[in-house]
Write a protein that binds this ligand. Structure first.
Ligand code: GAR
Length: 313
């Protein structure tokens, strides 16, 4: 049985979705544990509940701190708690691009409408003003596009004649509590799908200076602006059945010795092999992401214009 995912939850207020995630995690067979609840509001009622349930908490008023600096504090706590996935649960703060990139593919948000309708705040007022007869709740991956990331699940909720924003909000919240634990369980259980592996590679590759992405012969490729490609994500390329990362070794000799040392992990990529690129399998079930990060950084350095590489490392 693989290790359980370690969920960190960010809240700003009541934390009823946090409670729903927490109690669902205590049912038999939950694929995740809640290991940290953090907030930008030290008075958030959800913090006291989390603490009473024996969950580590972190709270810090965000006011007076630049956004990226505050997010770095939260990120340090998530790292310290060895969090693998993040759930935003009524977290009413915009996140910095760096934080979003770092958790790409592993951070979800719940929003009290049927996205893409009614993004932002004052959602229930907007639903009633629009005369909608159906509203709902949506869980999506968090990207730089506010409330606009890929949708992972949604649940419809009827608008009842005579609804006020408060009565509608309360009903939608019932649906949120059903939906969120289900979608989080599905997400953490799918960490080894090609989509999830690519999202993780992408977040590491694009965190490198001047890194960008474009398709190359059908595979997502990562390159240094003004420089060369330093990595390719390869999934079933020419039907080889392998999901892996291609990065630059120092040459064919290192390529050969890596494969000899660990033939289950390293392989010779069919089309790039003669130039010293090395394939690292991502489909072995357990990926050492620090190791992958190290290879990406090394390959980036070998591909960046000398001036840029010297400036950064
Ligand atoms: C929930 O309705 C959630 O969908 C919403 O805030 C509420 C938090 O309640 N989130 C957003 O509007 C995010 N843009 P909770 O603290 O009881 O979970």
């Amino acid at each position: 049985m693989p290790d359980k995912a370690r969920l960190g939850i960010l809240i700003s207020g009541t934390g009823s979705n946090m409670a729903a995630l927490l109690y669902a995690s205590r049912l038999p067979d939950s694929p995740y544990d809640v290991v940290l609840v953090a907030s930008n509001n030290p008075a958030a009622p959800g913090l006291a509940l989390a603490a009473a349930e024996g969950i580590d908490t972190f709270a810090r008023d965000h006011r007076g701190l630049p956004r990226a600096e505050f997010d770095a504090l939260i990120d340090a706590e998530l790292t310290r708690a060895r969090v693998t996935h993040v759930a935003l649960a009524g977290y009413m703060r915009l996140l910095s691009d760096g934080f979003v990139a770092r958790w790409a593919g592993r951070m979800v948000n719940i929003h009290p409408s049927l996205l893409p309708a009614h993004k932002g705040t004052h959602v229930h007022e907007a639903v009633l003003a629009a005369g909608d007869t159906v509203s709902g709740a949506t869980v999506h991956l968090v990207t730089a596009d506010l409330d606009g990331g890929p949708i992972l699940g949604a649940l419809r909720v009827a608008v009842v004649p005579g609804d006020t924003p408060a009565t509608l909000a309360a009903r939608v919240l019932h649906a949120e509590h059903q939906l969120y634990p289900r979608v989080v369980a599905e997400l953490v259980g799918s960490a080894t799908t090609p989509e999830a592996l690519l999202a993780r590679v992408r977040s590491l590759a694009l965190a490198l200076p001047e890194a960008d992405e474009k398709l190359s012969h059908g595979s997502p490729g990562f390159f240094v602006r003004g420089g060369k490609f330093f990595a390719y994500f390869s999934h079933d390329h020419h039907h080889d059945g392998v999901t892996g990362l291609l990065v630059k070794a120092s040459g064919v000799e290192e390529q050969a010795s890596l494969i000899e040392r660990d033939p289950d992990l390293y392989y010779r990529p069919a089309y790039l092999g003669p130039s010293g690129w090395i394939g690292i399998r991502l489909d072995t079930g357990e990926v050492d992401w620090d190791h992958i990060d190290g290879w990406l950084t090394r390959s980036w350095r070998a591909s960046a214009p000398k001036r840029l590489a010297a400036m950064v490392f």
